[in-house]
Write a protein that binds this ligand. Structure first.
Ligand SMILES: Cc1cc2nc3c(=O)[nH]c(=O)nc-3n(C[C@H](O)[C@H](O)[C@H](O)COP(=O)(O)O)c2cc1C
Length: 365
């Protein structure tokens, strides 16, 4: 009986998350992309057709750096949302993650709300998703359910504390992560959900054996605000600002473990310019969640989502060409200037060499 109540609670929570994210939009201070500037090239020496948006994430080649990040599964509405997201992912060759698969592992009747992604996108790169403290067997089941190529383990302590029914036990999370990384063949991504990863935790994730870190910084979807919304409350301003803004988190993680694992930028990424800035800083891929859901919720949402993604990829090509970059690797040899609050944060935290290295990248390496 208790288990049943838990399942029902999880289902209604997941449905409420969709409603809250559609209703609320982004909550809190900016993710920091306005502090980041690329340095254009007025003599690109490139033709339009030469530009390539391909990237390689954990050894997997992707035609685009965009990941449709983890959102849903585990309740009736999720099936249609995941189906529509998977169709868009297929159309643009995007990698796609599903929401936490705990619901399907607890109640196999709900498996379809996730597996619909594989049905729609048989050849796609799909990313399984589980919470921190997931053991090896559950991690394997989550991957098997989707035949996923990658596994995200999400870290959402702040969100849990803002949920009445949320977890209060976080001990052992890193040890569980280590066991999963050591046992399963698929690459594991440690992922925040909107409060950002700081340098010390990035180091611990790498020591545990992850192949990538998704910084999940603040400035976009804010799960503390989402949980307040579920209680009919408004999140106070101080908690709205809790966490590391995405640009700052990206800087901390790239500066500390950038050469060792792939780094995914997410949290408040809203435009092609944001994507290009994150990639120029050194990200391997970029995740987006909330805005895609809001586009789908509009009349003719599938078309709106497709138009948005087409425009975004056009912007990426334009930016690559206008910085004289045929590939993302070329862009990562161009200077990037980080100023404002993000620049100050990185300096005072001791990452000034990272910031300086980016700004002084040689034009002709
Ligand atoms: C409706 C919704 C549900 C989400 N559920 C999950 C989840 O189950 N697991 C997870 O790792 N992240 C989840 N996220 C977090 C996103 O993957 C992402 O990290 C976060 O929304 C920040 O990106 P954004 O600002 O582009 O929305 C969810 C996001 C949304 C919008």
């Amino acid at each position: 009986m208790k288990l049943k109540e838990g399942q029902e609670l999880r289902q209604s929570r997941k449905a409420e998350h969709l409603a809250a994210v559609r209703d609320l939009g982004d909550v809190g201070p900016s993710p920091g992309f306005s502090d980041v500037a690329l340095v254009p090239s007025c003599a690109p020496e490139l033709d339009w057709e030469e530009v390539s948006l391909e990237t390689t994430l954990c050894g997997i080649r992707l035609p685009s750096p965009i990941i449709i990040n983890a959102m849903t599964g585990g309740h009736p509405e999720a099936e249609a949302v995941n189906r529509r997201l998977a169709r868009a992912a297929k159309r643009f060759g995007l990698a796609m993650a599903v929401g936490s698969e705990r619901a399907a592992l607890t109640n196999p009747d709900l498996a379809r709300t996730y597996t619909v992604t594989r049905e729609e996108y048989p050849d796609g790169v799909l990313i399984a998703n589980m919470s921190l403290n997931t053991g090896v067997r559950d991690a394997q089941s989550a991957i098997a359910l989707l035949d996923a190529q990658l596994l995200q383990i999400h870290w959402n302590a702040a969100q849990e504390l803002f949920m009445d029914e949320g977890d209060r036990r976080f001990r052992g999370g890193l040890e569980a992560l280590r066991e999963v990384c050591q046992t399963i063949p698929q690459p594991v991504i440690a992922k925040e959900v909107g409060q950002g990863v700081a340098a010390p935790e990035a180091i611990r994730f790498v020591q545990a054996g992850v192949r990538a870190i998704d910084v999940g910084g603040s400035g976009g979807t804010n799960f503390l605000a989402v949980e307040a919304w579920r209680r009919g409350e408004r999140l106070d301003t101080e908690w709205q600002g809790w966490g590391l803004p995405t640009v700052v988190s990206l800087g901390e993680v790239l500066a500390t473990v950038g050469g060792q694992v792939d780094v995914i930028a997410s949290g408040g990424v809203r435009s092609g310019h944001d994507v290009a800035k994150a990639m120029a800083m050194g990200a391997t891929a970029v995740g987006m969640a909330g805005p895609l859901l809001r586009l789908l919720a509009q009349p003719e949402g599938d078309q709106k989502l497709e138009q948005f993604l087409a425009a975004l990829h056009l912007t990426l090509r334009r930016i690559l060409l206008l910085t004289g970059s045929r590939t993302w690797q070329d862009l990562q040899r161009r200077p990037v200037v980080i100023t404002g609050a993000s620049g100050q944060w990185l300096d005072i935290r001791g990452f000034y060499r990272f910031r300086e290295r980016l700004a002084r990248r040689p034009l002709n390496p």
